[in-house]
Design a protein around this ligand. Structure first.
Ligand code: NAD
Length: 499
């Protein structure tokens, strides 16, 4: 490990280097609040202030994350960041997503725990769950293409390695935090090769953790169960988009965005931030609730091995909420309290500092381990020995076509173009077979997929695919080609509805 990294400094008792990104909108106010509290708790941190977000976009850097910031993160390997604005409507990618991807922080961890003094529909039930969301893959890979001027397509990427890393993370977290259950939430019933892969990996790994109950639920049912009976959940591990949605749902169960903390963890690197955004209408007014970022900084201190300081700050926040003397505007609004005389960001922070050393009376104690005590993670299994042994065959090809032709005409023509080695088995529209017709009323969106497979007794060569494409291109506008393969004799593609 880099001898200058934050975790090694923490081990040696030196000032711990941390990159701090104040961010946009209310970011600087909440970051200042967390920094003041950490200082008051006596944790020696050497902050390296760095920029990212709106101002960087304005200066013409389309990544939103300048090189000096990347260099600082490379050095410190730990970041506390305020929210970053994502310009809407012009080309820039989110600087948040860029940061997560640049440093491969594959685990987005969002705890949702009932807080004292923060009344919700579920108060008294003891909601206490952690959402572990895969942070890199899935539709967030952002690989999108317009197939025609009127048909957009996004690729959903799920890998065995990415799934193993996040599922391993979830089980290790359960073990380290003394939690008893991990629920895997997928849409494997519909997306059998992507969400299905995630589910299969979960089922393969679960027996390595016999003391932890492992269950799989379909993601829509998880949403339903979270609203109905949220205390049944302990840790939920899920793919990126599912996780995005249910982690906000989980925040809503325990008081909303002002209280929702998160950490983005990679191998030897971590970025801590509030779940909420830059709330621009409150920027500079000293009214925003800093709890979410303070609790994110508590996660950061645990990551740095500063377990006692983390517990002290967490207890001070819980005490402050419990006694209700400093209530921020958002909470006053939520509870029908006195918004006009609500606590400022600074006032709330002062109260948390004053409460350092006190313990809440109404919250059950939960013992947290340090991330430094994490057992080394076992290696991933998607190694060459796994896949070179597999027998792979090319068995056909799918060709996407933009056309104004009626589907029967298109189908007849593609059938004639198939050639000696291949035959057309169907034409489909958005996943439903429409040729040969099975009598369904499917909309004509001017975009179809023709599926060609090997004729009886023939093998398919690369030359067969190229020849077919040449014949199609001479008569139609093709937009994409997808190989049909089999692995160890099993089709590595799905069937269309009705095929
Ligand atoms: P937002 O979270 O900034 O604000 C939505 C509303 O939630 C606010 O108007 C406010 O009423 C409330 N709120 C949020 N945080 C609060 C807090 N700490 N205390 C009290 N009330 C709070 O969401 P938005 O308005 O959709 O996004 C604004 C900008 O933030 C956008 O540019 C967006 O891209 C960005 N954003 C960044 C992040 C991030 O950096 N991780 C996350 C979400 C949104």
């Amino acid at each position: 490990m880099d001898p200058q990294s934050s975790t090694s400094a923490a081990r040696q008792g030196q000032a711990i280097p941390v990159t701090v990104i104040p961010g946009d909108g209310v970011g600087p106010e909440i970051v200042r609040s967390a920094m003041r509290i950490i200082e008051a708790a006596g944790v020696p941190i050497a902050w390296e202030e760095a920029e990212a977000g709106a101002e960087i976009f304005r200066r013409g850097d389309s990544s939103g994350v300048p090189q000096a910031t990347r260099d600082s993160i490379e050095r410190t390997r730990v970041v506390l960041k305020g929210p970053l604005e994502t310009p809407v409507g012009f080309g820039e990618k989110s600087a948040n997503v860029t940061l997560r991807k640049l440093f491969e922080t594959y685990a987005n961890v969002r705890p949702a725990r009932e807080l004292p003094g923060v009344p919700t529909r579920y108060s008294g039930e003891g909601v206490d769950m952690i959402i572990v969301r895969e942070n890199i893959e899935d539709l967030y890979a952002g690989i999108e293409h317009m197939q025609t001027p009127d048909v957009g397509q996004g690729l959903k990427i799920i890998t065995r390695k990415g799934s193993e890393k996040i599922i391993r993370y979830a089980f290790e977290l359960a073990r380290r935090e003394g939690r008893s259950k991990v629920t895997c939430a997928t849409k494997a019933n519909i997306m059998k090769l992507t969400e299905g892969l995630f589910k299969r990996v979960f089922e393969e790994m679960a027996p390595e953790y016999p003391e932890i109950q492992a269950e799989h639920l379909i993601i829509d049912n998880v949403a339903h169960q979270m609203a109905k009976n949220p205390t049944q959940f302990d840790i939920i591990v899920t793919t990126n988009l599912n996780g995005d949605i249910i982690s906000d749902l989980a925040s809503g169960l325990v008081g909303g965005l002002g209280f929702a903390s998160s950490g983005n963890y990679g191998d030897g690197i971590a970025i801590f931030e509030a779940v909420h955004g830059s709330a621009p209408k409150y920027a500079g007014k000293d009214v925003i609730n800093p709890t979410a970022l303070i609790l994110s900084s508590v996660m950061m201190l645990r990551h740095l091995g500063q377990v006692e300081a983390a517990a002290a700050i967490e207890d001070a926040v819980l005490c402050t909420l419990e006694e209700g003397r400093a209530v921020t505007q958002d909470l006053a609004r939520q509870t029908g309290g006195d918004v006009e005389h609500a606590a400022s960001t600074t006032g709330f922070t002062d109260q948390v500092i004053a409460n350092l050393g006190r313990h809440p009376t109404s919250v059950p104690v939960r013992v947290h381990a340090s991330d430094l005590d994490l057992a080394p993670r076992p290696g991933w299994s998607y190694g060459p020995e796994r896949y070179t042994a597999m027998k792979r065959d090319l068995v056909g090809v799918d060709v996407m076509i933009e056309t104004d032709l009626p589907v029967d005409e298109l189908g007849d023509d593609l059938g004639r173009l198939a050639g000696d080695a291949l035959q057309l088995v169907m034409v489909e529209s958005r996943g439903t077979k429409v040729y040969p017709s099975i009598g369904l009323a499917t909309d004509h969106v001017r975009w179809y997929r023709g599926r060609f497979v090997a004729r009886e007794g023939r093998t398919v060569s690369e030359g067969d695919l190229v020849g077919l494409l040449g014949r199609i291109a001479a008569r139609h506008r093709w937009t994409e080609v997808l190989r049909l393969q089999s692995f160890d004799g099993e089709p590595a593609y799905t069937k269309a509805q009705g095929e």
